[in-house]
Write a protein that binds this ligand. Structure first.
Ligand SMILES: NC(=O)c1ccc[n+]([C@@H]2O[C@H](COP(=O)([O-])OP(=O)(O)OC[C@H]3O[C@@H](n4cnc5c(N)ncnc54)[C@H](O)[C@@H]3O)[C@@H](O)[C@H]2O)c1
Ligand SMILES: N[C@H](CO)Cc1c[nH]c[nH+]1
Ligand SMILES: [Zn+2]
Length: 429
């Protein structure tokens, strides 16, 4: 991880460049997979599963027997942890339910808005280098609370054609049983077009590697919605002298270990903090089982020294990290100035891992700078806000002339007539 002291603003965007491929190049790799699945259906999914996951399966749907075996094999301690996390995620997401909004904008003109669940949703659970069963909770819990009718889950099989039992246990605990052993872009394509085996959905959710994320982005060109681009994990930590270097180092490594294309950014109030954190990183790396991944992502990462808090806040907002940890004396004060981040963690006792697993917030978050314009997954992601209105006779008499005037000015007489006829009918009474 290189260190840069007081970089000029003009150099920030280059300094903070993500290590991911540009969208056009990765789309070019993924488009043939989408097209093949569109044209050949299951046969193409079979072919790509063999190619990328190294396994040929005669059955992709997880069976009852597999759920039962998973239930039996997950240790009690892990089950209890999963259930506690589920309860916290449920509590936070249930509280996001909104009452129906009803406003009488003029006498007799009543407008209201209701949240209506998206009928068919596809949840992608990453499984390439680690089986992210926590993602099952993050995606399926709000889908259930929202009341989505059809919830389909896809996740890559291992080389033996199996799914990690904790993924199956978590899914069953939330009440999701339609699970297919398909991963990567081919899973996203299946959910996009529908095949004999995999149902087509309205919206695709979930994180994944660059291929999965690009495939999701392509899915939008075929009429589907997606939650947001949630690609390789990243974290920015802002540290001043109140930070604990060992904690900061651990937080950086917690995201660096996700994959070789992850990125971590340390913004520090002085150089001494960077030195201490780097020494801790070196030490902690020695015993990290996923050291190889972490080392590669650290090579794509940067420590920036900015003595001035306003500059640091500007840089953090320009980066728009998926996760931002504020290891500073007054985290609340800094948090109020953050406008671009997927999720913010305040103070020395708030590790990002807590949000990854169990505090209650959602860990499916925008990466690659998309935090500037997208929110992470929440209950809102699973609903459409439908507006309704009802206008009484008195209401149309009050509102009608406004609409007539505007429609005439737009030269849309058909619009005007729809009001004029009603006004006339009321005059004739
Ligand atoms: N942003 C978020 O909210 C968030 C949350 C959790 C995880 N993540 C990220 O999700 C990612 C998970 O990645 P993963 O790879 O472990 O699992 P994954 O399930 O996303 O991807 C594995 C699949 O990728 C496909 N694949 C592998 N190599 C390929 C190639 N060369 N061409 C085309 N397809 C290929 C395979 O089909 C495989 O099944 C990590 O980058 C992690 O940081 C992000
Ligand atoms: N940090 C990931 C989101 O970028 C989520 C996760 C799942 N498991 C561990 N971490
Ligand atoms: Zn993580």
């Amino acid at each position: 991880m290189k260190t840069v002291v007081n970089p000029a603003r003009a150099s920030w965007s280059q300094l903070l460049k993500r290590p991911t491929m540009d969208l056009a190049s990765i789309e070019a790799l993924v488009r043939p997979v989408m097209e093949a699945v569109k044209n050949e259906g299951d046969a193409a999914i079979q072919r790509y599963t063999e190619k990328y996951d190294g396994v040929r399966l005669s059955e992709w749907a997880v069976s009852q027997a597999e759920f039962e075996a998973a239930e039996a094999s997950v240790p009690a301690e892990l089950k209890a942890a999963i259930l506690q996390a589920k309860a916290n995620i449920e509590a936070f997401h249930t509280a996001q339910q909104q009452d129906e909004l009803k406003v009488e904008t003029m006498p007799g003109v009543v407008c209201y808005r209701r949240s209506v669940s998206i009928e068919k949703v596809g949840l992608y659970i990453p499984g390439g280098t680690a089986p992210l069963f926590s993602t099952v909770l993050m995606l399926a819990v709000p889908a259930k609370i929202a009341g989505c009718k059809e919830i389909v889950l896809c996740t890559p099989p291992d080389e033996n054609g199996a799914i990690n039992p904790a993924i199956l246990y978590a899914a069953k605990a939330v009440g999701v049983t339609k699970i297919f052993k398909v991963g990567g872009a081919q899973a996203i394509a299946g959910l996009t077009f529908g095949t004999v085996t995999i149902p087509k959905v309205n919206k695709i959710f979930g994180p994944g590697n660059q291929y999965v994320t690009a495939a999701k982005q392509l899915a939008t060109k075929y009429g589907l919605a997606i939650d947001m681009p949630a690609g390789p994990s990243e974290v920015a930590v802002y540290a001043d002298d109140a930070a604990v270097p060992a904690f900061v180092a651990a937080d950086l490594l917690s995201q660096a270990e996700h994959g070789v294309d992850s990125q971590v950014v340390l913004v520090a109030a002085n150089e001494a903090i960077v030195d201490k954190v780097k020494a801790e990183v070196d030490q902690q790396l020695q015993v990290l089982p996923r050291r190889e991944f972490a080392e590669k992502s650290l090579a794509n990462s940067v420590a920036v020294v900015l003595g001035n808090e306003a500059d640091a806040v500007d840089l953090l907002n320009e980066y728009g990290a998926e996760h931002l940890i504020l290891s500073v004396k007054e985290p609340w004060e800094v948090a109020d100035q953050i406008i671009n981040a997927g999720s913010v963690f305040l103070g020395n006792y708030t590790p990002e891992s807590a949000g990854d697993y169990a505090s209650g917030t959602n860990h499916t978050l925008p990466t690659n700078g998309y935090a500037k314009m997208y929110s992470g997954v929440s209950l809102d992601s699973y609903v459409k806000k439908v507006t309704y209105q009802q206008i009484s006779a008195a209401g149309i008499q009050a509102l009608g002339p406004v609409v007539e005037t505007m429609a005439a000015a737009e030269q849309l007489d058909g619009h005007k007539n729809a009001v004029s006829l009603r006004l006339k009918s009321l005059k004739d009474v």
